[in-house]
Design a protein around this ligand. Structure first.
Ligand SMILES: C[S@@+](CC[C@H](N)C(=O)[O-])C[C@H]1O[C@@H](n2cnc3c(N)ncnc32)[C@H](O)[C@@H]1O
Length: 323
């Protein structure tokens, strides 16, 4: 199966034992091969994006540094990290962030050169490197030990910007939260903050399928508010597969609504701009442009769903006026 199709079929499932099994069967990509393939997808993908800045961001994909394959140990096995693994990791194309970034700009994110962007549960480094190549400063956190090993030497300046990815639980781990820093213009989280992962509506057969924030909702949201500049945006974007019928096993990653209520956002000092907006049609347009429905891939109408929630930190003047 083509690498691109395989990863998208996982659709936001971070429970990747399936992925580990597949990793051994992929052919090792030559340096530059995956970057060239991603660059060839931009012409189609840019037609479904409305903001010029996001189209520019997509074009950076062809400038991503090539990656020479090497080996790391993961779960007691030697696995090969090639350019495909480096840029797709276990979750998919960096270009899949295009819709979330487009919504950020449409909702008021003004990406001046040197904007600070935080990705909660970043999952792979390509989209952050593309932002860095445009002069932005990006920080990602994730808990997957595999990412820590794969990106052990990836932190630092790139282009006129920078990328720093850290391992650990934000905001539970104080030292990590301090390293991440403050004064962010944009916080983004894609396929991580799903209701099904954090507050599942049905019983889950294996708790390892869930995401543990390590703190209560109020603490998590207060920490996101604290790291943003006044008027900074927090974008939650979730691609999902179809929800399971009630007589079938529950799929946590299919429940892509916000894990947090409007009241919880407001109490933490945010204004809610969009809550649980269904984005199926736009997600499918992007999926089609990126070839997710190519032979052996998805039936987008039945397999791909999406929601987004966008909130804005209150300005200094408004801060503290919430009940
Ligand atoms: C489905 S993947 C999404 C990755 C990436 N954001 C994307 O859209 O391609 C979910 C990610 O959340 C990470 N994750 C799980 N629990 C987390 C936590 N408590 N804090 C930060 N990241 C977490 C997983 O390791 C995984 O990389």
């Amino acid at each position: 199966m083509n690498r691109k199709i395989f990863w998208i079929l996982l659709l936001g499932s971070w429970w990747s034992s399936f992925a580990s099994a597949q990793e051994t069967t992929q052919q090792v990509a030559k340096p530059g091969e995956i970057v060239a393939q991603l660059a060839s997808e931009v012409a189609d993908a840019e037609t479904v994006i409305s903001n010029a800045w996001v189209i520019d961001w997509m074009k950076q994909v062809g400038k991503l540094p090539a990656v020479e394959a090497w080996q790391i140990e993961s779960n007691g096995k030697q696995i090969t990290i090639d350019e495909g693994m480096f840029y797709y990791a276990r979750y998919g194309s960096p270009l899949a962030y295009a819709r979330a970034l487009d919504l950020a700009v449409t909702s008021g994110f003004e990406p001046a050169t040197g904007a600070k962007i935080f990705d909660f549960g970043y999952g792979s480094i390509g989209h952050l490197r593309m932002l860095a190549l445009m002069g932005h400063h990006c920080v990602g956190v994730d808990v997957a030990p595999f990412l820590k090993r794969m990106y052990a030497n990836a932190n630092g300046p790139l282009g006129d910007g920078s990328v720093f990815v850290y391992d650990g639980q934000f905001p539970k781990e104080e030292a990590l939260t301090e390293k991440v820093g403050q004064d962010f213009d944009l916080v983004i989280s894609k396929n991580v903050l799903k209701k099904g992962y954090i507050h599942p509506s049905r019983e889950v057969s294996d708790p390892r399928m869930l995401i543990d924030l390590g703190v209560d909702d109020a603490t998590f949201l207060a920490s996101v508010a604290a790291m943003l500049k006044p008027n900074g945006l927090f974008v939650i974007y979730n691609f999902c597969p179809a929800k399971a019928a009630t007589d079938k096993p529950y799929i946590p990653w299919a429940e892509g609504e916000s894990p947090f209520s409007k009241d919880a956002f407001v109490r933490a000092g945010f204004e809610v701009l969009h809550l649980d907006v269904v984005d199926d049609a736009e997600a499918r347009r992007l999926g089609h442009a990126l070839g997710w429905d190519a032979a052996g891939g998805m039936n987008l109408d039945t397999d791909l769903f999406a929601w987004y929630t966008i909130i804005r930190k209150n300005s200094d003047k408004e801060a503290g006026t919430q009940p």
